[in-house]
Design a protein around this ligand. Sequence first.
Ligand code: BES
Ligand code: MN
Ligand code: MN
Length: 458
Amino acid sequence: MQSWTQYQNDNKDRFLEELLGLLRIPSVSADSKYKGDVARCADAVKDYLLQAGCDSAEVCVTAGHPIVYGEKIVDPKLPTVLVYGHYDVQPADPLELWHSGPFEPVVKDGRIYARGACDDKGQMFMHIKALETMVKTGDLPCNVKVMIEGEEEVGSVNLGRFLEENKQRLAADIVLVSDTSMISMEHPSIESGLRGLAYMEVEVTGPNRDLHSGVYGGAVANPATILCKMIASLHDENNHITVKGFYDKVAELSAAERKAINDAPFSLDEYKQDLKVDDVWGEAGYTTLERTGIRPTLEVNGIWGGYTGEGAKTVLPSKAYAKISMRLVPHQVSSEISDLFARHFEALAPASVQVKVTAHHGGEPVVTPTDSPAYQAAAKAIHTTFGKEPIPTRGGGSIPIIALFERVLGLKTVLLGFGLDNDNIHSPNEKYDVANYYKGIETIPYFHKYFAESFAAQ
Ligand code: BES
Ligand code: MN
Ligand code: MN
C-alpha cells in the first residue's frame, strides 16, 4: 500500500482542480437568488464524500439550505471523529473591488483567489481529501463522520434542529473543524476559543415622510443625525461599551492567561502596515491580541438612510437604520446581551424619534480545552508536519454551532484551522495559499492517527 505522502503527491494536481471546481459554484447562502447553486454545491460535496470512500453520503433537506452528511465506519470499537465544515459562502460584493471574478477562481503567486477559497470551501475540502487519502491507502485509523452545512454564514439556523434529530447518527468522540486561522506558516497555532455573537438591527423613525431639508431642516429631528449620536454614545472615551450591564458576566483572565495570549508572535507595525492605518483603536487597557481574542466588542456593520445615490438630493429622511453586532466572550449570553442592548438603545432615543430594535441570529462563545487528548493530538499533528509546537491563540470570529455541539451532542471541538488572518475572508479578493491547502491535507490524517492512539492508550 502507498503511504499518505505518496498518495497525496501523486494526486496533488487533481486535489487542486477539484477545489477550483467547487469554488466555481456560487453557493451564497444569504441570497435566495443562489438557492439552486447552493443545492448544486451540496450535491457536489456529497459526490466527493462518496469518491473519498464513505460508506454512505446524503444530502439532507432542511427548512433552509441542505446539510451534507457522510460517514466511513471502519470499526465501531474505534473512536469516531465528527468533521464539521460549511460549503456556503458570504456574498461577493462589492464586486468592483475584485481583481478577478469571485466565482472564477485563479491561482496566482501560489494563492487561490475566489470567494470561499479559505472560508470555508478550501478548508472543508482538505478534510475530504484527507479522508480520501486515508481510505485509499488503507490506513484510516478511526471512524470518520462528516457533516458539511450550507447555512453557516447565515447563522446555522437549521443545524441545531438537525443535531437534535440526529443525536445517534452524529455520536462521536470529538468534533474536528477547519474554519479558523493560524498565525503564519512559520508560527503555526491552534485557536482555543471563539467569540459569541449578538446581531441587532435598529430603525430610527422621525417624521412620517421624507421632508425637504430646507423647508423643515433645523426644526424636525433628523433620524440619521440622531442615529449617529446614539451610536457614538455606545463607546465611552476609553472605548468601553456603555450598554448597561454589558460587562457584568465577562470573564476576566488571570495575569498568566493574559501573558500567554500576548506571548504569541505579533508585530503591531506589520499589522498597521497591512491594513494601511496609522494607528489601531480599541478598549483602553488591552492589547490588540486581547481586544480581538478575549474582550467583547460592538461594531456597526452597516448604516444607511436618506439619499445615497448619485449627486445631491436635499432631503431630511424619515428613517435611518444600522446593523450592529456584538462579539461576546465567556460567560456572556447572546440572548441576554441582545435584551440589554435593546433596552439600552430604546432608552437612548429622544422624544423626537421612535426606535425599533430587532435581534438577528446570535451564538455563544466557546473555549476549547488545551489539556485534552484531542488538543494534544492536534498539537502533535501540527508538530509532525510543521516541525514546530503550535501556539494556542484565541480567535476573534464566531462559529455559533460549536457551542451547540457541546450542549446537544456533549462533544468538545478542536479548531484545526489553516487560514491566515489576511486571507480576506468576507472581503473582496479572498484567497487561500496553495501551500496551506496542501499542508492541511497533509496534517489532518495525523490528527486522526494520534487521536486514535490516545484512545487506545486509555
Ligand atoms: N469561519 C468564520 C469564523 C472565523 C473566521 C473564526 C476566522 C475564526 C477565524 C465563519 O464562517 C464566520 O464568518 N462566522 C461569522 C458568524 C456567522 C454567524 C455569520 C462571523 O464570525 O462573523
Ligand atoms: Mn467559516
Ligand atoms: Mn465566514
